[in-house]
Design a protein around this ligand. Structure first.
Ligand code: ADP
Ligand code: ZN
Length: 525
């Protein structure tokens, strides 16, 4: 049967070779076994079910939530001579009835089905009368509540195993962290499925995350020293920041344009067209920009604000270097990012469960930002993929900032305890600026107002600079030793901080590169 699969690949689709592991996935389905496929967008997931659907007897049923794209897929398959159809709520009843008839008489190879149709009892009855080759569950992460695209219709897909135990099933997705994967397996009953994870590594992208200091100037320096006359994208969190950054870059002689949902539609279209057609446009944008943008020679993606999750970071940085040529994913990240995002999440709509998930996703992103090891390794491990054996050293990619210059660390146990007790002595009611002023024994209106010159932590932190204290506080928040209050960003203690305060733990922190820590310097790497 594998020989037939190669024939279909060559003759029907016009491709020479499978991209591994497409061949193994197809083999698995041809054997009648289940499979779980994790590949990034563009990885080539479709062939993994289309080919076995054509080689095996019967109709392949593809469940997809993307109704808008179904007809395009059907048209493309029809062009290739494949008998394909789709059924969803946007089609007429007449059309759907005709598709049912064609399927019953074995005149179709592939049917795309919207998930909500499966919940109809008559759909199950109909499918039971058809000869089926396989079920493909596309965008399988939609079944997971641990994620952003959860669709309750997808929960019904557990029916498939119940009603069609002998038909092989393949679930496919481009975004699934390890937790989501576990949930997909559980909900779809794919415990026996062979798992294939591949293609998440983008070896030509150099990942770098630097400490935010003077962000605009840092960005300009990055553009001028490394990406003169290159096309790239600069992501900002807010529309206001997009506008001001684009304007500022233009004043510095950079060919920059803004893009966000608040701009007039025609302006957005013009800017997007210019980015696609002209040579070296820097698009300053919110996350509204990028979906469906297929420009192969984007040489860099820069983040001036921290994305909310590793999924978002991976997707956004993944727009760089599609042509395989060297590209940079650069980000400036700082304490204000951590505080802003934690506040936003605490304020966001949604139930407790949703907030908890968002919080954990942000924590994973913070983990990546504060990492002292190889960034690529953590990034692709997050998706369940591994650094391939193309790398001479399986632990280091050699093409991220942490691999290129080893990270210095220092024993920050003492400094952290000072910081935490200062939070405690000031009644957990203040933000970072005030706390640092107290630690460094400065005089300010606020200090006088609250009599903080008389508390025991006043002036106990003169050995570190403002910047160094900010670095300590950032890492304490990022590592969960401090909570951020959502009103004014006041910092408060939690269980972890108590353990640290009680002297039960030591703490090693990153030594941020733009500064050197004074007396406490005790670097290892
Ligand atoms: P995904 O569904 O994973 O996003 P697609 O299935 O749409 O990806 O495939 C992405 C592109 O790669 C398509 O243009 C497809 O035709 C092409 N492709 C897939 N497999 C192969 C292959 N074995 N050889 C050459 N091109 C392939
Ligand atoms: Zn690395």
């Amino acid at each position: 049967m594998m020989q037939q699969a190669y024939q279909v690949l060559n003759r029907t689709f016009g491709y020479q070779e499978f991209r591994p592991p497409q061949d193994q996935i197809i083999q698995t389905l041809l054997n009648g076994e289940d499979a779980f496929v994790l590949m990034p967008t563009g990885g080539g997931k479709s062939l993994c079910y289309q080919i076995p659907a054509l080689v095996r007897n019967g109709i392949g049923i593809v469940i997809s939530p993307l109704i808008a794209l179904m007809q395009d897929q059907v048209d493309a398959l029809t062009q290739a001579g494949i008998r394909a159809a789709c059924m969803n709520s946007s089609m007429s009843g007449e059309h759907n009835a005709r598709t049912e008839q064609l399927a019953l008489s074995g005149q179709l190879d592939i049917i795309y089905l919207a998930p909500e149709r499966l919940t109809l009892p008559r759909t199950i009855e109909w499918l039971q009368q058809c000869q089926l080759s396989l079920f493909a569950i596309d965008e399988a992460h939609c079944v997971a509540q641990w994620g952003h695209d959860f669709r309750s219709d997808y929960l019904q897909l557990s029916l498939l195993q119940q009603y069609f135990p002998s038909i092989p099933r393949v679930a496919l997705t481009a975004t699934a962290d390890v937790k989501t994967r576990e949930e997909i397996v559980f909900r779809l009953g794919l415990q026996n499925a062979k798992v294939f994870v591949s293609g998440f590594d983008r070896p030509n992208i150099q990942y770098r995350i630097t400490q935010k200091n003077t962000p605009k100037a840092q960005l300009l320096n990055f553009l001028q020293t490394e990406h003169q006359n290159h096309a790239g994208i600069v992501y900002c969190l807010s529309r206001k920041k997009v506008d001001s950054t684009a304007l500022w870059l233009t004043e510095q002689g950079i060919n920059a344009l803004p893009y966000h949902a608040g701009l007039d539609k025609t302006v957005r279209q013009v800017n997007q067209q210019r980015f696609l057609r002209e040579d070296a446009i820097v698009m300053v944008a919110t996350i509204a920009f990028g979906m469906g943008i297929d420009k192969p020679d984007v040489r860099f993606v820069a983040h001036l604000d921290l994305p909310k999750s590793i999924e978002a970071y991976y997707q956004e940085t993944g727009r760089a270097g599609r042509d395989g040529q060297p590209a940079t994913a650069w980000m400036a990240y700082g304490l204000e990012d951590v505080i802003k995002l934690k506040q936003m999440m605490a304020k966001s709509e949604g139930d407790e469960q949703f907030k908890r998930i968002e919080q954990q996703k942000l924590n994973a992103m913070l983990g990546l930002a504060e990492l002292t090891d190889c960034r690529r390794k953590m990034l692709i491990n997050y998706f369940g993929d591994q650094l391939s054996n193309h790398y001479p050293d399986p632990k280091h990619c050699g093409n991220c900032d942490n691999c290129l210059t080893s990270v210095q660390t220092w024993d920050a146990t003492e400094a952290s305890r000072k910081a935490l007790s200062c939070v405690f002595r000031t009644d957990q009611r203040f933000g970072v600026v005030h706390l640092i002023n107290v630690l460094r024994g400065k005089s300010s209106e606020k200090i006088k107002q609250f009599n903080h010159q008389n508390i025991s932590t006043f002036g106990i932190g003169t050995e570190l600079s403002d910047g160094q204290w900010r670095s300590v506080f950032r890492q304490l928040v990022a590592h969960g030793y401090l909570n951020v209050n959502y009103d004014y960003g006041q910092l408060s203690l939690n269980e972890s901080s108590r353990t640290l305060l009680q002297g039960k733990e030591t703490l090693t922190l990153r030594l941020d590169s733009f500064e050197s820590v004074g007396k406490n310097k005790n670097s290892t790497s």
